[in-house]
Structure formats: structure tokens, C-alpha cells
Design a protein around this ligand. Structure first.
Ligand code: BDR
Ligand code: CA
Length: 324
């Protein structure tokens, strides 16, 4: 069992990632820290509690983090995730549990003041991580692993021709983290997450296997389906963040290479990840860039956990349905 802290901005795909991580027997979630991203931070906190309530895990502490990027005005992704951040699903919270009093960035800085066998999975803009790193420059060296969903190497951006949302939203934090973490950054970018399409067929498969979970999945993904249809004529939706969880659990499901990487903070290409694969800058690699993903292995693991079904059955069904 690997111990992790999840920093996120729920967010439809963050909500799926949280549920997957919480229910996985491979991970122990020590805390959830929330950053402004897909939705404003208080909506993100509320959504994290909705997931914890659903999973009956309100014992996991939630920390409220930054309300805005380091240096720029905040731009949410509520056009993609809905005003409630959960696809306008109308899901309400029952419990009154509140976030911890300590701000997320302070919690992270203090927690990693000594070496820990605990990793961070960052699924949103890197503002909380950058602030924590400013408080505690040793943070990177004291974490076990740092996996971030963000950026893109060869695939096009989703906020500009070259930039992915998490780093586009707060490029200054992303740059600060890439240049100062002092620990290999494992970048789960759009090159691999674009392969993870939660399609209408997979949704229908969920209905056959676990109708209750299907109803929830349908509620939160419909808005995301519509967005993808409108912008890309894609049937279904790309679920980026759950891949970071699957990769954390089993790094074998992706392949990649190590390279020096930083993030552009100015001009038209703001938020772009600059991946020096051919070592023009003669700098030590600070990042592992993921390039390929075994989508069948991903969906087998993800659906086994989410649908609470036997892995062998899911694997065989995915083969028959030619999914994944
Ligand atoms: C990333 O941005 C958000 O829309 C998703 O939650 C994901 O973390 C993809 O660009
Ligand atoms: Ca996210």
C-alpha cells in the first residue's frame, strides 16, 4: 500500500480520480488538498467532500488551498466542468464536515519538513505545490514521488495550440515547480491522457455491471460529453486525471523518457511545456515525460475498482467489446 497526498481541483475527472484512488487497495490517501482550477477553490472543496461522502471516507482530511494563481488572474474551466464543477449534476452534500483550518500550502510545507515515504499526486494547477515549495525548499527532496497531470509534449494543447489547462492556468507556479522541485517530476500530459476516452459504450457497459455507479457516472459526465462533442466532435469525454492515479499505482502502464523540462510564462505560448528531449540545453533531466499508454490495462484497473467487479471479467469483457 503506497501512501499519497492528492492535490486537485475537482472537477469531473478529478472526482473520478479521487474515487478511484480512495477505493483502490493499492493506495492510502493521507490528505486531499484543493487548489483553484477547474472550479473556484470553495466549490472544489465542496466537491471533494461530495466524493468522500459517496465513498464513506469522510475521515480523510481536506485542506483548502490557493484561491488564485501565483501572479495572474484566475480563469476557471467551468465552461468544461459546469458551474458546480461536477457537470451541473445537481448532487448535494449531506454532511457538514469542514476543511482543516491550516491552509493546504502550509500543511504540505510542514508535512514534508522531514523525509517521508509519501508521494504527491497533483491533478490541478501547481499553485499549492509552488507555494509550499517557497515555504519549504526541501519539500521536493522529502517526498517519495511527484506525479503531475499537466502539460503536453507532442500533442496539441487544450487551452491554446500548445498549452494544457493546469499549466496554462498557473504557468508561473508550474515553472517554479519544474525548475526547483529537486525531485524527478513524472509528467502525465495530454500525449497519454488523450488516449483515455470514456465513451458512451463504456458508460453503457457500466450500466450492465453496476447500475448505481452508472447513474452517478452518467450524471457527472453528461456535461463533459456535450463539451467534447461541441468542441471536438468526440463521442464521450477524455478523463485525464484518473490516468495519473493508475500510473502512480503501476508505472508499467505508460512508457516515457527523461528530459529537462520547463514551462513558458510569457507570450502566445504561455503555459507550454518546453521538453528538451535532445538535450540542447545540457541540463540534467528533471522530468519523466510519458509518451505511450496501455489503455486496456488502464480501463481494466479503473473499471475493476469503480464498478467493484472481478478484474478477470472486466478484462475479458473489454476484449470482447474491443474497448480500451
Ligand atoms: C486537466 O485540466 C482539467 O480540465 C482536468 O481536471 C485535468 O486535470 C486537463 O487539461
Ligand atoms: Ca484536474
Amino acid at each position: 500500500m503506497q501512501q499519497v497526498i492528492i492535490d486537485c481541483d475537482p472537477g469531473i475527472d478529478d472526482a473520478l480520480a479521487l474515487e478511484y484512488a480512495i477505493k483502490s487497495t493499492e493506495l492510502e490517501i493521507l490528505a486531499i488538498t484543493i487548489v483553484a482550477g477547474n472550479a473556484p477553490v470553495d466549490i472544489g472543496v465542496n466537491n471533494a467532500f461530495k466524493v468522500l461522502e459517496r465513498c464513506e471516507r469522510l475521515d480523510i482530511p481536506v485542506y483548502r488551498g490557493s484561491e488564485a494563481p501565483l501572479k495572474r488572474s484566475y480563469v476557471s474551466a467551468q465552461d468544461t466542468h459546469g458551474m458546480d464543477g461536477l457537470g451541473e449534476s445537481g448532487i448535494n452534500r449531506q454532511s457538514q464536515v469542514q476543511p482543516q483550518e491550516v491552509p493546504a500550502e502550509k500543511f504540505l510545507a510542514d508535512f514534508f519538513v522531514k523525509k517521508r515515504t509519501v508521494g504527491i499526486l497533483a491533478l490541478g494547477p501547481l499553485t499549492n505545490i509552488a507555494l509550499a515549495l517557497q515555504f519549504n525548499p526541501e519539500l521536493g527532496r522529502n517526498i517519495q514521488r511527484f506525479v503531475t497531470m499537466g502539460g503536453t509534449y507532442k500533442s496539441h494543447g487544450n487551452c491554446s495550440p500548445v498549452a494544457e489547462y493546469n499549466y496554462w492556468c498557473d504557468p508561473d507556479s508550474a515553472k517554479l515547480v519544474y525548475e526547483n522541485l529537486g525531485q524527478l517530476i513524472e509528467m502525465v500530459g495530454l500525449d497519454v491522457t488523450r488516449e483515455i476516452v470514456f465513451s458512451p459504450t463504456i458508460l453503457e457497459y457500466c450500466r450492465r455491471i453496476n447500475p448505481d455507479t452508472h447513474d452517478y457516472l452518467q450524471k457527472i459526465t453528461q456535461f463533459y460529453f456535450d463539451f467534447h462533442w461541441e468542441y471536438e466532435h468526440l463521442l464521450g469525454c477524455v478523463i485525464n486525471d484518473p490516468l495519473a492515479i493508475a500510473y502512480y499505482i503501476d508505472p508499467e502502464i505508460c512508457t516515457g523518457f527523461e528530459s529537462y523540462t520547463t514551462v513558458e510564462t510569457e507570450s502566445l505560448s504561455i503555459g507550454q511545456t518546453l521538453v528538451d528531449r535532445y538535450n540542447f540545453w545540457k541540463k540534467k533531466p528533471n522530468t519523466k515525460i510519458l509518451e505511450t499508454v496501455n489503455t486496456k490495462a488502464f480501463f481494466t484497473q479503473f473499471l475493476t475498482v469503480l464498478l467493484d467487479a472481478p478484474e478477470a471479467m472486466i478484462a475479458s469483457d473489454l476484449n470482447l467489446l474491443q474497448l480500451g
